[in-house]
Design a protein around this ligand. Sequence first.
Ligand code: I3P
Length: 126
Amino acid sequence: LGDNSAADQPNVLKGEYLNKAKIADGGKKQRKNWTSTWVVLDVNQLLFYKESKQETLSNLKSGCKPEGVDLCGAHVEWTTDKSSRKNVFQITTSSGNEFLLQADNYSTICKWHDAIKKAVDSLGKG
Ligand code: I3P
């Protein structure tokens, strides 16, 4: 099944660059600002790094920590009305933070959508 060790840990996806926009913080709308972000799916949280090399540095230096998104109680859904872009899904956290994630490649974004949804579902059953 190839070289993807994620097969051993079904809820964890290795880093990849996706387009990210935070559109609400604690329920309060924010101005949309799309940025390319290195995204890593951990068991119970999503990690946003500015760059791939920050992931390596964060293991060594405490000043390089990523933005962590708590997936417990989060909602994940495709959206066509929050953006003019294609292939966009939204994550809404239990604390009212809203993120859009997007990639031009459909299979890439599907892989992330499905894995994050699976992670959220398995935390719900916890
Ligand atoms: C926003 C920017 C975003 C766009 C957003 C605009 O303008 O063009 O890319 O979102 O549309 O408001 P600005 O840079 O001046 O803030 P999409 O690319 O996702 O469509 P929106 O207001 O309809 O969210």
